[in-house]
Design a protein around this ligand. Structure first.
Ligand code: ACO
Length: 365
């Protein structure tokens, strides 16, 4: 096979039992279970168990009390670096020399500690003192512990919103960061190396996304009180409406549908304005592009749910990281079990064979 598949689009590189979006059917299932039956209904810690262990076991242990070793002021950078340090700290061997059971336990320890690092870094970034470990230990689920470490005394409705969001974004098939996690684990590197590499891959704006851009549009509609006029104005200027359209789905993004339900159930204060914006956008997009399915994507309703939980826009990518750690862990383990190194090829299109003296800068003396 010598045809170049740019960006690996359409290339099927792995078999997976974990999840793959149903692009035509507008569905996403974690090990066969529709996310709408999980989001806001099964705690994120158990969804982690479903993805990684195949059952609703309380998969994530409490985070081990550890001080965040890196403080850069950027939560994502702190977490990426801190996760990498766990391998020498906890004596992780390369995956190649680790049993499947030990690898699974290392992933669980690392994932829950990554959540703890996000909360610590968020407090650090805003100059707040850390919440004592004893207070965190008194909280219940893994998400309650996370929110307690971050907020001190979180509003339970905010915790519910964050839990729902984390489940909705826990896994999404062979996206760039999950592919990265699989590539690194296929080399036999340790689990912390694979997870921190995935965090790096997610940091790019083409992947980590920016629901904050949706909120900027909502704020503008709140100001003008005219959703349809706003939508027409954006489209007339040739700009895009944030939170609509998707590279993969040719129907509504199932995560948008589920998070819309969560926002409604939680009574998110921006639910009504968001719904009015969505209605105006969908009708106008349909009128202008009747041949193209342009529906609401996950970022739209994720923005409303995270906004309700008072998550600042600067934390959106880190929240996404917390969520997707579940999918990464599942894929790292699945890849380990294949025992196969990922090593694609490239079609060479550079210069033909030549001698060094034809290369600019040649100076043998
Ligand atoms: N608003 C207005 N027009 C749009 C939008 C939108 N949100 N999305 C696509 N279109 C139009 C394009 O202008 C294009 O029109 P044209 O054929 O006249 O040039 C047509 O629909 C097809 O657009 P593509 O770029 O081919 O759509 P693609 O599937 O490649 O892009 C993308 C998907 C990048 C998500 C796009 O829909 C977009 O920019 N949306 C807004 C940003 C956004 O919400 N991003 C988050 C995506 S969800 C996620 O990444 C997890």
């Amino acid at each position: 096979m010598s045809e170049v598949m740019h960006g690996l689009e359409g290339v099927v590189a792995f078999e997976t039992h974990i999840a793959e979006p149903d692009k035509e059917g507008s569905a996403l299932r974690y090990r066969g279970v529709d996310i709408d039956d999980l989001v806001g209904r099964v705690p994120f810690g158990n969804v982690w168990g479903l993805l990684v262990d195949g059952g609703f076991y309380p998969g994530l242990p409490p985070a081990e009390p550890l001080e965040l070793p890196v403080h850069t002021g950027d939560v994502r950078v702190d977490v990426q670096s801190a996760v990498a340090t766990l391998a020498p700290l906890w004596g992780f061997k390369p995956l190649l020399d680790t049993s499947d059971d030990d690898a699974r336990d290392q992933l669980a320890r690392t994932a829950s500690t990554a959540l703890s690092f996000v909360a610590q870094s968020a407090r650090e970034a805003t100059g707040q003192a850390q919440v004592p470990d004893a207070v965190v230990a008194g909280a219940g689920s893994i998400v309650e512990q996370f929110m307690t470490r971050w907020r001190g005394e979180p509003d339970p409705r905010h915790t519910a919103a964050v839990d729902a969001y984390l489940t909705s974004a826990a896994e999404h098939g062979m996206n760039a960061s999950t592919f990265t996690a699989r590539v690194v684990s296929s080399t036999g590197a340790d689990v912390a190396a694979a997870l921190s590499a995935a965090v790096g891959a997610m940091s790019g704006p083409l992947h980590g996304g920016a629901p904050s851009r949706v909120l900027a549009m909502i704020e503008e509609i709140e100001r003008t009180g005219d959703p349809l006029g706003y939508v027409k104005g954006v489209l007339d200027r040739g700009e895009r409406l944030m939170g609509f359209g998707h590279r993969v789905y040719r129907a509504e993004d199932p995560r948008a549908r589920t998070l819309r339900r969560v926002a409604r159930e939680l009574g998110a204060p921006r639910y009504e304005v968001a719904e009015a914006f969505e209605k105006a956008a969908l009708s106008e997009l349909h009128e202008r592009k009747p041949d193209r399915v342009l529906a609401t994507n996950v970022e739209f309703w994720a923005a409303i749910v995270l906004d309700f939980a008072e998550v600042p826009a600067s934390m959106f990518t880190s929240m996404f990281t917390c969520a997707r750690t579940a999918g990464w862990c599942a894929h790292i383990l699945e890849q380990k079990k294949t025992g196969r190194l990922v090593r694609p090829s490239a079609k060479y299109t550079g210069p033909g064979a030549r001698t060094p003296d034809t290369v600019p800068g040649w100076n043998p003396d």
